[in-house]
Design a protein. Structure first.
Length: 263
């Protein structure tokens, strides 16, 4: 056993959707710091470029911008086609991180929320993974399969206190889709796993952490919210040889807060 290389992702090619901000940028930073080659995609082209500039200051020529509106099926397919031209030898890791949330009281919760969130948080994960499966297969090796890492949420494991009905349902769907993909893609040399994330500092969580941050920390067995090393380290584990036999798993990355009873 080569323990020195057990957690290595050096020179692996990684695509991270939503990799320019928040949790996505934390993941991008971890892979770049570990000497992987990282492509970042989101609809905000300026944010992608800014993130790549920041990441390339850590490790030159390691981060590249591939903006795309991941809500659009056509854009997802265009992204896959562009990546194939850039990386004809294959894609080692796909991190499906792009997502959105929508909170509104039950009585006013709009149909538009369901359309937007079920499309972006769930359907497009399938669309992109499906489109990139040939590239993932090319990168797969015996004992070191290609990886799909889906960024889920503990709100897909529990019922959240906030009125985010479409978000929690979409993440629960993503968790099960990931298990279904594990069975479908395993024989093709590709694993599929979920990180069910708890609270991390991000734009999506900013208002909640600003107004309820101390309460959230006190409710967590570890007394804090997630940090960049937590989600970055979990992704590196799943993408490295150390995680090569993990398939169809849902890893709660929340300090244990989803285990706490509410009554």
């Amino acid at each position: 056993m080569d323990v020195n290389n057990l957690f290595s992702v050096k020179d692996k090619v990684v695509l991270i959707t939503g990799g320019a901000k928040g949790v996505g940028l934390m993941i991008s930073t971890a892979f770049v710091s570990a000497s992987a080659k990282v492509y970042i995609s989101s609809r905000d082209a300026a944010a992608c470029e800014a993130a790549c500039k920041q990441l390339n200051s850590i490790h030159p020529n390691s981060a590249f911008s591939l903006p795309a509106d991941l809500q659009s099926e056509a854009e997802v397919k265009r992204l896959a086609s562009e990546l194939e031209k850039l990386e004809p030898n294959g894609l080692h890791v796909l991190v499906n991180n792009s997502g959105a949330t929508w909170g509104e009281p039950y009585e006013k919760y709009p149909d538009a929320a369901w359309t937007k969130l079920l499309t972006l948080n769930l359907a497009r994960v399938f669309t992109l993974t499906q489109a990139l499966t040939p590239l993932l297969q090319k990168a797969s090796k015996k004992g070191d399969p290609a990886r799909v890492i889906n960024i889920g949420s503990i709100d897909g494991l529990r019922v959240p206190l906030l009125p985010t009905f479409a978000y929690s349902a979409s993440k629960a769907g993503l968790h099960h889709l990931s298990r279904h993909l594990a069975v479908e893609l395993g024989p093709k040399g590709i694993t599929s796993n979920v990180l069910a994330c708890g609270p991390f500092p991000s734009k999506m969580m900013r208002h909640t952490l600003d107004t309820m941050g101390e309460v959230i920390k006190e409710a967590n067995p570890l007394g804090r919210v997630g940090e960049k090393e937590d989600v970055g380290g979990a992704c590196i584990f799943l993408a490295s040889r150390a995680g090569g036999y993990v398939n169809g798993a849902t890893l709660a990355l929340d300090g244990g807060v989803h285990l706490m009873a509410k009554i």
